[in-house]
Design a protein around this ligand. Sequence first.
Ligand code: NAD
Ligand code: MN
Length: 355
Amino acid sequence: MRSNTLRIAAIPGDGIGAEVIGAGCRVLEALAAAHPDLGIDIERFDWGSERYLATGAMMPADGLDALRGHDAILFGSAGDPRVPDHISLWGLRLAICQGLDQYANVRPARLLPGIRSPLADVTPEALDWVIVRENSEGEYSGAGGRVHRGFPHEVGLDVSVMTRTGVERIMRFALELARSRPRKKLTVVTKSNAQRHAMVMWDEVFQAVRDEYRDVECDRMLVDAMTTRMVLKPESIDVVVASNLHADILSDLAAALTGSLGIAPTGNINPDPAIPSMFEPIHGSAFDIMGKGVANPIGTFWSIVMMLDHLGLKDASAELMAAIERLTASGKTLTPDLGGSAGTEAVTDALIKAL
Ligand code: NAD
Ligand code: MN
């Protein structure tokens, strides 16, 4: 059961993660101040690469238990030039997503008012997608290994693991989401022409549940063809479901098409309300701009919108989204990635004012 006060675990992580989560916490506190009935209690965790360099672990061994008592998690990013990426990723973000079985990664991609897409003439109505990424298995299952290490005949294996349970639950999640949206359309991304085992099962499981959702209009697309459709026929797309790797790539493309990687949000969802879900901007630690105070915090603000919505706080969520849209529509206070000259703090001040 959820108490009246939201218990949020904030994990800034590395690089610009700390900058944008600091901004996000200010926005949450401003929201709470404007809503006497909305209590927000933020606990900050200093997990990340600094901790790894000092102790050998990105997070403590009992870290998941510390998170379980919270209503939701707000995450920045993991990645540091001094630590191999597979260590920082598996030691923190994937450890949380997999450990809490947050199996659906939900990534809205929408052209916000006032923001220019690199696609000529695309309108906000034409580019309004949600990409649903399988977040617990597939190509990022972690299964595999290296044999004959260092010898010329060394072998490296990353095994994509798909389970009927895992595929069925992500298909149902995507079909339910498509059903809840006005256009009720779903595109299932696959690569079953070349990957002839698990991807064929992926298609079959979709077909097996599809009949229960006759009101949803569905089509199927090979992942390579999907990239061209996103660029050439954006208006034909509504909800998209894809495997862990495919959706990872497609959603970065989607973020670029909506103006900048810096505005794109995501939620790692476990639909069980007793387990905290995790919300984060989709960008990484951005080594090239870290410490400069110019990171775009909108991806974090939009992730907070998703978090509030997930927690059932529809009014606060809608208010924050409207404030983000007023900010982008005015075009006055934006970071350099969106063609502006403002810093993270100035954008945060402007957003709080727009609230
Ligand atoms: P990145 O997202 O950090 O940066 C890609 C480009 O986008 C950079 O030019 C960066 O300056 C720009 N950018 C990203 N976020 C921005 C923002 N908020 N405002 C303005 N510009 C922004 O991706 P990368 O360079 O491939 O990865 C850097 C590190 O981050 C690596 O260690 C990687 O493993 C890690 N990473 C972590 C996550 C995560 O924790 N969820 C996601 C992606 C990458
Ligand atoms: Mn990615």
